[in-house]
Design a protein around this ligand. Structure first.
Ligand SMILES: Cc1cc2nc3c(=O)[nH]c(=O)nc-3n(C[C@H](O)[C@H](O)[C@H](O)COP(=O)(O)OP(=O)(O)OC[C@H]3O[C@@H](n4cnc5c(N)ncnc54)[C@H](O)[C@@H]3O)c2cc1C
Length: 575
């Protein structure tokens, strides 16, 4: 018997489920409904369309073989029925019918289903402040908004823009405006750091510094309190508690909320924060109704807690799982580790698992190894620093997360992806230490960054390495009186250490090059706390072991070293 399938939502999860199911059950009658007239687009490509990297919006709706994924494409090539500009109004679970309305004609009909899928996505959160309705204020709700934003910029109507929200979408949009179009762009984030909850503060700080280097003004810990306009209803500025930022374009990227109205009204289980509740087969509380993508609640595999993971990658994977299960193939979506990656101008930032801050809040015996090695063999042309942080539990040695920041190449993504796979499987520090990564000088170092981070974690757990956290070091540098009894032991080249000795004085800054420490360790004061400093932390560790050996055990190694300090950016750095 032919099954009737209705899919509500035609962007990522919906079309993926429908097309996969049609391949599994070619005789089934599958209808996709979307209230929009543009469907199956790569929403993730919106910032690159706005920036101009992608010249035409149809490229975001095209297959890799250059066919536009429109209604005729889905009907002819895929054998689906597709109703665009058609809104699903209600689900009648008793009679297994979805009531839909053609938004152009106003006509309402009932679509019968045997199995139904909700792929209704998420809607942008609109801040409860004055001025959100002004002309020139946008959320990135769909492709139409992106087209309108780009049109205004291309017509020369935008000189100054403010992006509200320093999450991934806000940062990507800030780059899109500032980079190719040269729009004077300001980013404001209510939380104390960019990418809140996604990365720890050091990584957010490195990102902020890079954005500022690229002429994006960034204000963190500062929320928008109002959006101001002129007599014609056109936006003119964004107000924060600290300042008034002039703007003729405002992008509100203040988070998203699952679109759950249909599910709620149909009496399906919905989490208090809004995600539609599903089991691992992605069935809602009604087994004939599935849900996937940005509208669902899923499980964080590290914490075991319910979470919202609105990612295009997951929406597509979940779509396939829905297709499988509808066709009778038992297929499970077990949860997420929260992997993310993004480009910001010339840098790449990525993370998987949970942050150190989250690990502490979750009650883990949390610690982290911050490393800053070369991203490929140090002798290979183009080598650059890649900063990584491995977050782990000292008691169980389980790896809880990994973050990376480096130049825009594949070195960060390769490591974060490998870490994501291992963390999903509950890997320990030993698993990271033993991971067999492919090596050749153009791609990586002989000791891969994944292995190197695990070595540092292992040393920390065994108390072979005693570190000073970056936040404490920076605080001490800002105010020497916070911890008066310390001295820096700078083991870098004299040319690098010299300006610091000159600036801070020999009392505070002792310079002994790495290769000379064994001969000159007598110059290292024995009655003070010694902070050993180098570029990445590796040489400092070796020196710490040697000083321990000669009885000077009052030392700490600066985690991440000057490679991280420089990227964070500090005003005390000698010119
Ligand atoms: C600017 C931007 C950049 C992004 N970058 C990335 C990235 O780099 N990596 C990544 O993994 N993810 C990224 N994402 C997220 C990704 O786009 C989403 O996770 C993905 O689109 C979710 O797909 P979905 O099918 O669940 O929902 P959506 O894409 O939200 O689609 C849902 C569709 O359902 C329709 N709909 C809702 N209710 C009804 C109804 N009652 N009747 C009919 N139709 C309805 C909506 O109109 C919409 O067309 C980005 C998103 C944005 C906005």
């Amino acid at each position: 018997m032919t099954e009737k399938i209705v899919v509500i939502g035609g962007v990522a999860a919906g079309p993926k489920a429908a097309c996969h199911l049609k391949r599994l059950q070619p005789g089934w009658d599958i209808t996709v409904v979307d209230q929009d007239n543009l469907i199956s687009y790569g929403g993730c490509g919106i910032p690159y369309y706005v920036s101009g990297d992608v010249s035409d919006e149809s490229e975001l709706r095209s297959t890799s073989f250059h066919m536009v994924r429109d209604v005729p494409f889905f009907e002819r090539a895929k054998g689906l029925k597709v109703l665009t500009s058609t809104r699903a109004l209600a689900i009648d679970r008793q009679n297994k019918t979805v009531q839909v309305e053609d938004l152009e004609s106003g006509k309402k009909i009932g679509l019968p289903y045997d199995q139904l899928m909700l792929a209704t996505g998420a809607k942008p959160f609109v801040l409860p402040i004055a001025g959100v309705e002004l002309d020139g204020v946008f959320t990135i709700a769909n492709l139409h908004k992106a087209v309108e934003i780009k049109k205004r910029i291309a017509q020369g109507k935008v000189d100054k823009a403010v992006v509200i929200g320093g999450g991934a979408i806000g940062v990507e949009m800030a780059e899109a405006l500032a980079d190719l179009w040269g729009v004077k762009t300001t980013l404001v984030e209510f939380m104390p750091q960019l990418l809140p909850h996604l990365v720890d503060w050091q990584f957010a700080a490195m990102l902020k510094t890079h954005l500022q280097e690229k002429n994006v003004a960034v204000f963190t810990g500062e929320g928008a309190t109002a959006i101001l306009g002129d007599a014609n209803g056109k936006v003119t500025a964004v107000q924060t508690p600290e300042r008034t930022l002039e703007a003729d374009l405002v992008i509100m990227a203040a988070g998203i909320r699952p679109r759950n109205e249909l599910a709620k009204e149909a009496g399906l289980a919905v989490a208090p924060w809004g995600g539609i509740v599903v089991n691992q087969r992605l069935q809602t509380s009604d087994p004939d109704i599935y849900a996937a993508g940005d509208c669902i609640a899923t499980t964080n595999l590290v914490t075991g807690r319910e979470t919202h993971a609105p990612m295009g990658s997951l929406a597509n994977r979940q779509g396939r799982i829905v297709g499988d299960n509808m066709a009778g193939i038992n297929s499970l979506f077990k949860g997420v580790v929260g992997s993310f990656i993004m480009k910001a101008f010339d840098r790449c930032i990525a993370a998987t698992g949970i942050t150190y801050e989250a690990a502490c809040a979750e009650g883990f015996d949390a610690d982290y190894a911050l490393t800053a090695p070369a991203d490929r063999a140090h002798f290979f042309p183009g080598e650059a620093v890649a900063v990584f942080q491995l977050v782990f539990d000292r008691r169980t040695r389980q790896v809880l997360g990994m973050q990376g920041f480096g130049v825009m190449n594949d070195s960060i993504s390769a490591r974060i992806d490998a870490a994501a796979v291992m963390i999903t499987q509950g890997a320990t520090i030993e698993d990271f230490r033993d991971a067999e990564m492919a090596y050749a000088p153009p791609f990586s170092a002989a000791i891969d960054s994944i292995n190197a981070a695990a070595f540092v974690a292992d040393n920390l757990c065994a108390d072979r390495l005693r570190k000073l956290d970056m936040d404490r070091f920076l605080a001490w540098m800002e105010d020497f009186s916070l911890e008066p009894d310390w001295v820096a032991l700078d083991i870098r080249h004299p040319q690098e250490a010299g300006p610091f000795v000159e600036k801070f004085g020999q009392e505070k800054w002792v310079a002994v090059p790495y290769a000379e420490v064994r001969d000159r360790h007598g110059e290292v004061p024995g009655d003070k706390t010694i902070i050993i400093l180098c570029d990445a932390g590796t040489r400092s560790y070796e020196v710490q072991i040697f000083l321990d050996h000669v009885g000077k055990k009052n030392t700490m190694v600066l985690s991440g070293g000057f490679n991280v300090v420089r990227r964070i950016g500090v005003d005390w750095y000698p010119e």
